[in-house]
Write a protein that binds this ligand. Structure first.
Ligand SMILES: C[S@@+](CC[C@H](N)C(=O)[O-])C[C@H]1O[C@@H](n2cnc3c(N)ncnc32)[C@H](O)[C@@H]1O
Ligand code: SF4
Length: 356
């Protein structure tokens, strides 16, 4: 990432977290500081989550002053935190210019999963998703994505005395339309001097940007991929996901096969059940046909979380059971995913902070 190009939007000072070690070291030497300061500063930036240079209390006052004169530190800060009756925690973060973005901590008996956002808003306008009704303000930077994970990890440690086990890019925005920042954030999350998490514990969910799915394959990524399918054929998918008009099922199936051939990484299909739209056994048959064309490990059947602005409905329990049993009978590895955090609007698709 270019030293000069990556400027903080607010005050045009370079973002210190976009500097390479060499660049930061060169700066420190130019102001007569010792090499070991580099390690101290990096710990504040990537592990102790300093929100400003003043937080870096083991640095001298004059060094902190020098850093703030030359660099910016546009870290996310916590705005509000809400706690659901089921243990889910939703956090609203502030960006340096006052936008809001949301992330969620989802605890279960064995896991603590962070669901994080990749963009402020989303441009893809899926009809069932609250974020899709917001304007896309901008992409989150790699360090803002990292901050969500680091801050949710701190919550996990303070609430459960355990670190995060999993990360899903299922918050606001389309990760593959913010490709470079998402990959750079994952690099930091998995780095030894970052959060040192395994990439196998990270899932990137996409509405289906075929070209970028192939690029993930070419780039040899190590994380898992989830495709938000939600409809069993092109006609129905066009109705609810405008992106399908340019990235249809044939193209997506080909891209997923390409991704798998290059990486052998796990692929999951996400399929929200909508009453009288995609919940019949004929729909299940079509879904099975798609599943058989891709080396997918799992189909997550997702409970629809109603949002005010859309008219979709969740099928009743017997209809969902019937759909699940049909998939099981046909040897599809399927799981019914109940939503979490509904009482605080923290469930998938409910993240729609109005922002600035
Ligand atoms: C909000 S998206 C973000 C990641 C990416 N843009 C995508 O579409 O996969 C994460 C998941 O939430 C699902 N989702 C969106 N709205 C939903 C709703 N109202 N109920 C249940 N799931 C929803 C999406 O389809 C997707 O599978
Ligand atoms: S489901 Fe994903 S791609 Fe569709 S509008 Fe919501 S965030 Fe965007």
């Amino acid at each position: 990432m270019g030293f000069v190009l990556y400027l903080c939007r607010m005050n045009q000072l370079p973002n210190i977290r976009a500097l390479s070690n060499e660049q930061l070291l060169t700066f420190l030497e130019s102001i007569g500081e010792k090499k070991f300061r580099l390690q101290q500063i990096k710990e504040w930036l990537w592990q102790k989550h300093a929100a400003s240079f003043d937080d870096m209390t083991n640095l001298s006052k004059s060094l902190r002053q020098q850093l703030s004169e030359h660099f910016s530190l546009p870290a996310l800060t916590i705005d509000t935190t809400q706690y659901s009756a089921d243990g889910t925690v939703k956090t609203r973060f502030n960006t340096h210019e006052g936008y809001k973005v949301e992330g969620v901590l989802i605890p279960t008996d064995e896991r603590r999963t962070a669901c994080v956002s990749s963009q402020i808003g989303c441009s893809l306008s899926c009809k069932f998703c609250a974020t899709g009704y917001m304007d896309r303000k901008r992409n989150l930077t790699f360090d803002e994505i990292y901050d969500q994970v680091a801050l949710i990890n701190q919550q996990s440690e303070s609430l459960f005395e355990k670190k995060l086990t999993n990360i899903v890019f299922m918050g606001m925005g389309e990760p593959l339309l913010n490709y470079n920042n998402v990959l750079a954030a994952i690099e930091r999350i998995t780095a030894e001097d970052g959060l040192h998490m395994s990439p196998r514990r990270i899932t990137v969910s996409t509405a289906g940007v075929a070209k970028q799915i192939k690029k993930l394959g070419d780039d040899g990524v190590k994380f898992k991929l989830a495709l938000s399918l939600h409809a069993p054929n092109d006609a129905k998918r066009n109705e609810i996901m405008p992106i399908n008009e340019t990235n249809n099922l044939k193209v997506l199936i080909e891209a997923l096969n390409y991704f798998y051939a290059k990486t052998k990484n796990e692929i999951t299909f996400e399929y929200i059940l909508f009453k009288n739209f995609n919940d019949s056994l004929k729909d299940a048959d079509e879904l099975i046909k798609i599943y058989r064309q891709v080396p997918a490990d799992l189909v997550n059947i997702i409970e629809y979380n109603p949002i005010d602005i859309a008219t979709f409905q969740k099928p009743d329990e017997p209809a969902m059971e019937r759909f699940m049993q049909y998939l099981e009978k046909h040897k599809v590895n399927a799981r019914l995913r109940r939503s979490r955090g509904k009482d605080i609007d923290a469930a998938c698709g409910q993240l729609a902070n109005k922002g600035k």
